[in-house]
Design a protein around this ligand. Sequence first.
Ligand code: SF4
Length: 464
Amino acid sequence: MKIVLISPSGIMYRKKDGIFPRALRYAPLTLTTLASLVPQELNAQITLIDEGVEHFDPNIEANLVGISAITGTSNRAYAIARHFRHRGIPVVMGGVHTTLMPQEAKLYADSVVTGLAYESWPRCLNDFNQGNLQPFYSQQPNISLEGLPFPRKDLLKKFSYLSNGSTQATFGCPYRCDFCAVVATQKSYLRRPAHEMIDEIRRIKSKFIVFVDPSPMEDRDYAMQLYREMIPLKKQWGGLSTVKAADDDELMDLVAKSGCKGLLLGFESVTQESANQINKRFNKVEIYKDVVRRLHDRGIAINGTFMFGMDSDTEDSFKQTVDFVNEAKIDLPRYAIYTPFPGTPIYQRLEKEGRILTKNWTLYDGQHVVYQPKCMTAERLREGHLWAWKNTYAVKSILNRISDVSGFPMIPFITNLGYRYYANRLKNFPDDIMVQLNTQWNDSLNHSSDLNLAKHQSTIGACG
Ligand code: SF4
């Protein structure tokens, strides 16, 4: 059996034609984990396609195609699904957006897998093999994460990623921020056995480990055990943390000792009112600068994420945030527009208030305005967001923010230049261009399938 697994790309992140000529990311876990879960007895030949790093051959041979989509890539996923079904190849869809919108995904797929796929995906494949594919497969919420297979990173395109050291210890999050698609899809907070994580990290060849867990330290005892057991492995790592966890000195001492070199912190807003409004009141704005300083003292760089457009945000929010970022010396700030992903509480509220401006999912990538903000126009939100990116990645701001970096400042300087490149090109992807490019991209795929079908039919005609 030939199985092709595809991760579609958003317009801004596709290979060559996106913002970056080359993808700057770590090896993906979704495709590689799905590949590792394919039952051995199927003796399947598996091909992985990550559209962020490669174009795929529309004529690729397959008995079954699996597509995993987030909201921003779902339109592209549907076009790909249509293409393969047009060729008579069954399609299974999964991923975050599919879990949030299973009925919508079912319009484009033969079968839909929702939630974590550890048990349901192999079941789906066995059913398919027996000619008994079901329309829906869902995962039990409290599934055991013991004995998970090692992700098949050997199937990825070589030399395409900054790091192959990606892994994940926890799933879900105990908090309930109103915009968060993670907790809208994964209700319970799950942990893999710490000793299995240590075995996996030991097997990863890369010196640098990337933990992709959205909220890895919320079970403090578990996190402490994991980081303690990582110390002898002498790895370096980066991952995510809440500001609340980063305020815990004992935990952060251990985090640093276990090799942590960088943390992504979701600050979201520099005003307590906005933090409260998005149900992130555990973020205490008054401790932000102190937390940053204490992490820097431990040699941990900070990738700080901020959002614009919450109901209490005003036109002053952009400058307030950029000033904070410069004063606190956040190593790598990142800005997003508050985005109501379907299935989240904020989507439901804005829908009820009649403030959703578009349901074109291509624009739901965190960098476009898809709803009517409360205290400014949508246009001002767009402009302010672009201004914040540009201002933060002006050379003067970069030099100011990395001036205190101890040791070798070349790495923060290079990563800041990468973000500067992104900031300067973001303006090239306004809403109308995004939609137009996506339509053209998808149409070319459909045309290629039409041409292939015509070719196939004329061959049949010639033979018959
Ligand atoms: S803390 Fe992070 S992962 Fe948890 S609900 Fe909030 S945004 Fe989601």
